[in-house]
Design a protein around this ligand. Structure first.
Ligand code: RFL
Ligand code: PHB
Length: 389
């Protein structure tokens, strides 16, 4: 017998989990199907920066308790170039707005715990998830669980299954316009068991390439260096990683980067991607399933959360009054912010990375832009406004 729910959600990343929680609070029933195991989803190291609006939303959902205890509020960031650091006082420039340092996997843990504590349905380790019938009015999700084939009948499907998911490819050819931009570099990221060497994030433009010093807690540092996206992580023993970090973060005034045991490392390619519209019939895409931004602006998770906030509002309106105007306008409403964030993320990426051009012209332009952004209050405010969201 088929299972039945109101909203069938594919993917238990931030998008799927926040959507499910918002719907639950509005009295709307959903089932989440997740391909991976709970432990895998909870341990995947990814984003670390929450915009004020994301943190406020988690708070309003009653999920902010641990974030307030363990998260760290930052009021500024540093841009480092020509071996000097320049602080962008974000809160001062944005009427007191700030960002939270709280790992994506911590957000995901809090959401999964809330979902299961409320007795709501979330199936891990399912396979062969396939959306059907979403061009009509009887959408279904077929899948396998423990070797058995099962099916969910629902009113709508939410494709929150990330960039490599099955929902976006299920939309017929020609219905989506795809914008895709790949960068000729990636990020090598590490998590190191050592106190951060900085009080706020440092974004560095260096002739050897970009570097970022972030953190997770008073004992855990998160650092990235620009690298070849096709490089093999085996070619990066710990000594080589630290050597590169020291070279790129070096300052005139002798600032020191502390080393510690590396507990996680990996290489991520970078792309900018948008599929539009973000809906087809009764299938709605949200988060990385619909768009990817390079991580330089710290926006991917925040954008995913913004999408599902709009989707939850639209579905709530529809269930309460039969009014589908917000649902019909879902994609347009999301895409306005998606493209603003696309521009900001591309701009930050272009300003801070070695772009691989044959001459030094682009580097000089970057330095001119960095000088402007760190001296003009108007330019600084533009960066700050976009960064805090
Ligand atoms: P996710 O997190 O990829 O979740 C999708 C979920 O769907 C599951 N799935 C399926 N389930 C069932 N059937 C299928 N066929 C399925 N296919 C996939 C997956 O297992 C997964 O659990 O997408 P979502 O929810 O849209 O969330 C997006 C964010 O995860 C992403 O945008 C951010 O991590 C991006 N990002 C950052 N965002 C920020 O806002 N601030 C940051 O500081 C930041 N730093 C980063 C980042 C991403 C990074 N990487 C590794 C890509 C730093 C890095 C290095
Ligand atoms: C992180 O802490 O993982 C992080 C911070 C800022 C970024 C990207 C990633 O822009």
């Amino acid at each position: 017998m088929a299972l039945r729910t109101q909203v069938g959600i594919v993917g238990a990343g931030p998008a799927g989990l926040v959507l499910a929680q918002l719907l639950h609070q509005a009295g709307i029933d959903s089932i989440i199907l997740e391909a991976r195991a709970r432990e895998y989803v909870q341990e995947r190291v990814r984003a670390g920066v929450l915009e004020q609006g994301t943190a406020d939303l988690l708070d309003s959902m009653g999920l902010g308790e641990r974030m307030h205890r363990e998260g760290i509020v930052h009021h500024g960031i540093y841009l480092r170039f020509r071996r000097q650091s320049h602080r962008i006082p974000m809160s001062e420039l944005t009427d007191g707005r700030s960002i939270w340092i709280y790992g994506q996997q911590e957000v995901v843990k809090d959401l999964i715990e809330a979902r299961l504590a409320a007795g709501q349905q979330l199936y891990f380790e399912v396979s062969d998830v396939t959306p059907h019938g979403f061009d009509g009015d009887s959408p279904r999700l077929s899948f396998s669980r423990g070797g058995e084939s099962e099916e969910i009948e629902c009113d709508v499907i939410a494709g929150c299954d990330g960039f490599h998911g099955v929902c976006r490819p299920a939309i017929p050819d020609g219905a989506l316009t795809i914008y895709n931009h790949e960068y000729p570099f990636g990020w090598l990221g590490i998590l190191a068991r050592v106190a951060p060497s900085t009080d706020e994030l440092i974004y560095t433009n260096h002739e050897r390439g970009f570097a970022l010093h972030s953190l997770r807690s008073p004992e855990l540092s998160r650092l990235y260096v620009q690298c070849d996206p096709h490089d093999d992580i085996a070619r990066w023993p710990d000594e080589r990683i630290w050597e590169e970090m020291h070279a790129r973060f070096a300052t005139e005034d002798g600032w020191k980067l502390d080393e510690g045991p590396i507990v996680e490392k990996g290489i991520t390619p970078m792309r900018s991607f948008v599929a539009q519209p973000m809906q087809y019939g009764r299938l709605y895409l949200a988060g990385d399933a619909a768009h990817i931004v390079p991580p330089t602006g710290a926006k991917g998770l925040n954008l995913a959360v913004h999408d599902v906030k709009l989707l939850a509002e639209a579905l709530t309106r529809w269930y309460e009054s039969g009014d589908d105007s917000l649902l019909r306008g879902y994609s347009d409403a999301c895409l306005r912010r998606v493209w603003r964030v696309q521009h900001f993320s591309w701009w930050m990426t272009s300003m801070l990375h070695r772009l691989g051009g044959a001459d030094d012209f682009e580097n000089q332009l970057q330095l001119a832009q960095l000088d402007y952004v760190t001296t003009s209050r108007a330019a600084m405010t533009t960066l700050a406004e976009n960064y805090v969201g």
